[in-house]
Design a protein around this ligand. Structure first.
Ligand SMILES: [Fe+2]
Length: 437
């Protein structure tokens, strides 16, 4: 990529992220922006100034060497200084000031970008710092969409339904992924974040994985079969949590006689049986898999299914190859406000035949969030390193709510196993040896 192309790509990604931020914060009134819709989430006005503050910090100060614009507000928008539940009590910038701060930072960043070189420092190499900031803002766009999902009140967001798949009824329920070594992670993707690095060889035993994410229809069978009331399907920790939290169906599902309804962005409708299930926590996903006589895939299995091409033995950037995601291959970027029916996006299929690995719903894996061998924290410990450990489970593949810039075959997300408000579902797997044993 030439410097001009890279400059244009950066400007395009930054503009796209800001457009979505503007939409998500422009469709509600001031009272809604400053309100806290759940102790799990920040007020939207916090996200608005926080993305600007991070952009100022990394691009204007670290890359550009500029003086802080408003040093007094830095601590307010430091995610590590104040947990989300505390943020509404802070003297946050009011919405109009948050917007003009973001506008001012962005203007200066675009000036900086004009004259910026993309070498000479690790932050500048390949435009990394700019790419990191674009990814950061779209991640907050997903966070803000979660806040919209939680928010009570009249609906303010709408989108057309995603296109229906043409051949889903002919798909096999599961596909085979051969055993052997493959390359996991990356050392070459210029905008890959620290936890995706470095590339390393991982040996995976042969396994089968679901062709598509588990659907609402299949999940409703688990409920109807008493899955929530049978401790056999749950781990000890999962059963304890299921009891304590009173789990009986995915978050946002409700009963209407014999039918299930779901509420999304302020609208209640019948569940769509063919749609991937979401708003289930890791414990629920794990219990469903055991009920189905299967298990969750490990993170390495997920990545091998998504990236390994058995014909060439090479690992791809995306299931379909190296091309950036577009609307024909994956449901990303909040183009639709829901996952597409299972079996959609044949053009986005992996070599093994699995579909919708990228986009639609984040997929829980059985793995804890751990560093790859040779990991080094970059450019700050609080991006990944402080989260490594068994408290967090890895999610893969991105959801309909995340933009392509922050979604690739190596991208890793993580959350607590009790977390349900995120746009997460799952698919199941089984070891191939079990068949011949
Ligand atoms: Fe952030």
């Amino acid at each position: 990529m030439t410097e001009t192309d890279l400059r244009e790509r950066i400007a395009r990604e930054l503009a796209g992220a800001r457009q979505r931020t503007g939409l998500l914060t422009g469709c509600v009134d001031e009272a809604d922006l400053v309100a806290q819709h759940s102790p799990l989430m920040s007020p939207l006005v916090w996200d608005l100034a926080h993305v600007a503050n991070q952009e100022e910090l990394w691009l204007l100060r670290e890359v550009g060497g500029r003086e802080p614009m408003h040093p007094e507000i830095d601590p307010l928008y430091d995610a590590f200084e104040h947990p989300r539940s505390e943020r509404p009590t802070l003297p946050l910038l009011p919405p109009d000031e948050a917007r003009s701060y973001g506008h001012e930072v962005r203007g200066r960043v675009l000036d900086l970008l004009e004259s910026s070189r993309f070498d000479g420092s690790r932050l500048l190499e390949g435009g990394f710092a700019f790419g990191m900031i674009a990814q950061h803002e779209v991640q907050h766009d997903e966070t803000m969409l979660i806040t919209h999902q939680i928010r009570a009140g009249a609906p303010v967001l709408a989108a057309a339904p995603p296109p229906a798949p043409a051949d889903a009824f002919r798909l096999p329920p599961e596909v085979f992924v051969p055993g052997g070594p493959f390359t996991m992670g990356t050392s070459t993707q210029p905008w890959a974040l620290d936890n995706e690095r470095p590339a390393h060889t991982v040996h995976v035993a042969p396994f089968f994985v679901d062709t598509t994410p588990v659907t609402c229809g299949a999940y409703a069978e688990f409920i109807a079969d008493g899955g929530y009331d049978d401790p056999r399907w749950w781990t000890a920790g999962g059963w304890e949590h299921r009891q304590r939290a009173g789990l009986s169906a995915p978050l946002y599902w409700s009963r209407d006689g014999g039918a299930w309804l779901r509420t999304a962005f302020g609208r209640t409708e019948a569940i769509t049986p063919a749609e991937p299930v979401m708003h289930v926590c890791w414990y629920e996903a794990d219990a469903y898999a055991r009920w189905a006589g299967r298990r969750l895939p490990t993170e390495a299995e997920w990545e091998k299914a998504a990236r390994f091409d058995p014909v060439t033995g090479l690992t791809r950037g995306y299931p379909w190859g190296e091309q950036e995601p577009d609307g024909s291959r994956a449901n990303l970027g909040q183009a639709y406000l829901r996952p597409a029916p299972a079996g959609s996006y044949p053009a986005g299929a992996a070599p093994c035949g699995a579909r919708q690995l990228i986009g639609d719903v984040w997929e829980w894996t059985s793995s804890d969030f751990l560093p790859y061998p040779g990991f080094t924290a970059w450019p700050y410990r609080e991006y990944s390193e402080v989260f490594f450990g068994p408290e967090y489970k890895v999610l893969r593949g991105g959801s309909f709510a995340v933009s392509p810039v922050a979604c690739r075959g190596t991208f890793r997300n993580w959350d607590y196993p009790i977390r349900r408000q995120i746009f997460a579902g799952f698919r199941t797997a089984r070891s191939a040896e079990a068949e011949t044993a």
